[in-house]
Design a protein around this ligand. Sequence first.
Ligand code: HEC
Length: 105
Amino acid sequence: MVRGSEIYNDFCVACHMPAGEGIPFVFPPLAKSDYLKQQRTASIKGVKFGQEGELIVNGETYNNTMAPMGLDDGEIADVMNYIMNSWGNSTNEMVTIKEVEAITE
Ligand code: HEC
């Protein structure tokens, strides 16, 4: 969580904002995001390889681009665990490096 928060503040905060609230219609929220909760593998894949095209978060459609940030699998696991357990989000299944490794383009 501590490592994940540092990565978040370095790489993600500019778009997804300090409380994970995003910017309406531009950058989707991570806080209480139904997409993040229900589309776990797709969310990890987006952070790993980038994500573009239509994506619906909490009923709002986003059609924008998130470039890949060049994080290694361990850093991705850390930041995923941070965002999935912050701002009211929680998961009882932590993301592991193995899980991130297994996700390919
Ligand atoms: C340059 C802005 C930008 C940065 C930096 C960025 N994102 Fe994103 N992110 C986006 C956009 C835009 C989308 C939606 C893409 C689309 O419309 O297809 C998105 C989508 C997502 C989603 C899936 C949708 C959701 O809201 O649940 C997750 C999860 C996510 N980002 C996590 C991260 C993490 C973790 C980082 C840092 C490692 C990060 N993002 C950095 C812009 C950004």
